[in-house]
Design a protein around this ligand. Structure first.
Ligand code: HEM
Length: 432
């Protein structure tokens, strides 16, 4: 497995080139069947007849009993009901509110980047973006500005308890994580206590807030009006976990890749200039379609190695027999760099792939699964795209980003990320 941990994504891509659309990947204590064709991806991820499910076994029932039944631990009808109840979280009314909250927070946080522009120091975008995105996300969630100390603790704890989920197939695949299990559990418990306190505060004051935590709490309201607190806390934590690192990693990479396509970068500057220097609002998002395409293209190249499912019945995919209980995985990374769907130079950064309607229509829709597909498709996708559009716009309204010309994305397994070194300079104020 050494090859896998040295470069998980490159390894899976190499195997796809060698073995084609369906192959078996030997894995400690399990066998994983990899599928790499959009038709197979549809078969596995869209499986509405229930042939494939998330890796939710009897242990999930125990975990649900011990810590609460969050969305990620549910399956079947209970899952469908919960997902439906949570859907208003990112409906149009909420998104309008979220846009103004995000733009306001980004404005404040980016103002602090003036010091980087003044000093001319080299920064790592992947290190700096969480400090812009996390406070905004927490305000969207809890209508509350966190103190610097709270934000720091949240950052430290999130990093620890999310570490088993980043680029891995769980603890078994990474012995190092077994050694860190105590720290991870402590971080998780601290985080849970913190969220529980926020929830209890609002249950005591009895007010109804206009924020994402309130939508989650309402989704957990029983007929009699009381709230299943433990389950709600777990759902809130899952949302924080899902948002943590995913958005900043893909945005950092997008910013790193943009200069590799100067025409695309210039087009983004032009689009952003069209806002006339004003802080963008929800209504401006339609005018930021190039920014949206720039991010989608960054996400394509940032995709993770695995989306994992378990076969609930015996099945056949592409002529290969799949035994009930087998793990079946789609590799977004390999799929997103397949020349059959992305042209002869799939590694190149070209947002036109997500802008030109004919280009989009010409490829199978499931050649792109950055947000998954089917019933478990990412619930946070509308908010993620909005964060990306707003932040790309607001950042380029203030700064120009320079990336060293010899930089290329390189996944660092120790840090579970690609470092993106950058120097930023201020956009000159328009002459009167
Ligand atoms: C760049 C950012 C993001 C990416 C690439 C991403 C990607 C994904 C993917 C691939 C899945 C499906 C996993 C599977 O099929 O096993 C997923 C699920 C999910 N995501 Fe995201 N996500 C992002 C941001 C967010 C954010 C910001 C939130 C919440 C605010 C969020 C909430 C969720 C939730 C709740 C699920 C589970 C859905 C379910 O099981 O029904 N995600 N995400």
């Amino acid at each position: 497995m050494g090859d896998y941990w040295a470069d998980p994504c490159g390894y899976l891509r190499e195997l796809r080139n060698r073995y084609g659309d369906v192959y078996r990947l030997p894995w400690p204590m399990a066998e994983v069947v990899m599928v790499n064709h959009p038709d197979h991806v549809a078969h596995v991820l869209n499986s509405r007849e229930g042939k494939y499910g998330r890796m939710i076994g009897r242990s999930a029932g125990f975990a649900g009993f011990a810590v609460g039944a969050g969305l990620g631990l549910l399956d079947g009808e209970k899952y469908r009901q919960r997902r439906k109840a949570l859907a208003p979280m990112f409906g149009r009314r909420q998104l309008t509110r979220i846009a103004s909250c995000l733009a306001d927070e980004f404005d404040k946080s980016l103002a602090r980047w003036d010091r980087f522009a003044e000093s001319g120091e080299r920064i790592d975008l992947h290190e700096e973006l969480p400090a812009v995105i996390m406070p905004a996300f927490m305000r969207v969630m809890f209508s509350k500005e966190l103190t610097d100390a709270e934000l720091h603790q949240v950052e430290v704890d999130m990093r620890a308890w999310m570490s088993p989920f980043t680029y891995s197939l769980g603890f078994l695949g990474r012995p190092r994580l077994l050694l860190e299990a105590g720290n991870i559990a402590q971080a998780w418990l601290r985080m849970r206590r913190w969220v529980l306190r926020r929830v209890d505060e609002r249950l005591v004051d009895g007010q109804s807030y206009d924020d994402t935590a309130q939508v989650v709490l309402d989704a957990h309201r029983r007929d009699g009006g009381s709230i299943r607190r433990r389950d709600a806390v777990l759902d809130i934590m899952s949302l924080m976990g899902a948002a943590w690192d995913s958005v900043d990693a893909s945005l950092a990479l997008t910013l790193g890749l943009l200069p590799q396509n100067p025409a695309a970068q210039q087009r983004l500057y032009d689009e952003v200039d069209g806002l006339g220097g004003a802080v963008p609002t929800f209504d401006d998002l339609d005018r930021l379609q190039w920014a949206r395409a720039c991010f989608a293209e960054g996400l394509r190249l940032e995709a993770p190695p695995f989306l994992l499912r378990v076969a609930k019945v015996n099945d056949t995919i592409g002529g290969y027999q799949i035994r009930r209980g087998s793990r079946v995985a789609v590799s977004p990374y390999a799929l997103h760099r397949d020349a059959r769907w992305w042209g002869p130079d799939p590694d190149s950064y070209d947002p036109m792939r997500f802008y030109d309607k004919d280009t989009i229509a010409a490829r199978p829709s499931l050649a792109y699964v950055a947000f998954g597909a089917g019933p478990r498709r990412c619930l946070g996708m509308p908010m993620t795209e909005m964060i990306a559009q707003l932040l790309l716009a607001q950042l380029h309204q203030r700064f120009r980003v320079q990336i060293p010309t010899d930089w290329s994305p390189r996944y660092d397994p120790a840090a579970s990320r690609s470092h993106v070194p950058a120097v930023i300079t201020k956009v000159p104020a328009p002459a009167n």
